[in-house]
Design a protein around this ligand. Structure first.
Ligand SMILES: Nc1ncnc2c1ncn2[C@@H]1O[C@H](COP(=O)(O)OP(=O)(O)O)[C@@H](O)[C@H]1O
Ligand SMILES: [Mg+2]
Length: 224
């Protein structure tokens, strides 16, 4: 499209409205990809994630839910965003803005998954943002989870989707394939991990960010 757009209409200087719209859409898409690749490169160079600060994960989840409810209203999308954040003092040491970027990528995917789920009824257009304590055997951790009831991710794609340009086989409109890679890199720089699980019972998936729990937030500074 871009090549066609530049070569074709350039001859006469005239583009139809439709062509211009398509071209601008493609350019925006490329910009997003370049931005995402730059984020991944900067995270690995070590100058993207700022100083970690102790934060209550429940507050982070709460803020995300409020923002996403507004976004759904603005975009006039019929998706309900719920908060399930009961644990108290579930502190983590993070760069809050960057963690939110990761959470936003995950919620964006969940929105797409519920809206483009051919086999799911509209009442499944619900996304829950949840916080919980969990343990990985030797360390207490905090999970920030995004649970959707969307089209799901085939299990064989779980690791593919976290890689750069990874997409699922059931993605109805494949795009950059960089959102989860961005999220994974950001979260890893804060000593966190991302885990994907099928919901039991289904439909949909839970994408969980797991971060080390900080017992005494006043003593903790620095995430790396
Ligand atoms: N919650 C989800 N449910 C279903 N598919 C998902 C979900 N999250 C991610 N995916 C799929 O995983 C792939 C990778 O997602 P992502 O890295 O964000 O790239 P993008 O959204 O740009 O295609 C995409 O094919 C996307 O549709
Ligand atoms: Mg995405």
């Amino acid at each position: 499209m871009i090549q066609g757009g530049l070569e074709g209409p350039g001859q006469t200087g005239e583009w139809s409205k439709g062509d211009s719209g398509k071209l601008l859409g493609e350019i925006q898409h490329l910009r997003d990809m370049v931005d995402n690749l730059a984020v991944i490169a900067r995270v690995s160079r070590g100058d993207y994630i700022g100083q970690g600060v102790a934060m209550d994960s429940t507050m982070i989840a709460h803020d995300a839910v409020i923002d996403w409810r507004e976004r759904m209203e603005e975009r006039e999308l019929p998706v309900v965003i719920e908060l399930d954040a009961s644990p108290k003092d579930a502190h983590v040491v993070v760069d809050q803005a960057r963690l939110r970027q990761a959470v936003d990528e995950i919620i964006e995917n969940a929105v797409d998954a519920v809206l483009h789920a051919p086999d799911e009824p509209a009442e499944n257009n619900v996304i829950t943002v949840r916080t919980a304590f969990h343990s990985d055997g030797h360390e207490r951790r905090v999970a920030l989870e995004v649970i959707d009831r969307g089209r799901g991710i085939p299990e064989e794609d779980f690791s593919v989707v976290q890689k750069r340009f990874g997409r699922t086989s059931n993605d109805p409109h494949p795009s950059g394939g960089l959102g989860l890679a961005v999220a994974k890199n950001i979260v890893a720089a804060m000593r966190g991990q991302i885990e994907i699980r099928n919901n039991q019972p289904g439909p949909g998936v839970t994408v969980a960010i797991s971060l080390p729990y900080v017992e005494d937030p006043n003593e903790e500074v620095g995430s790396e």
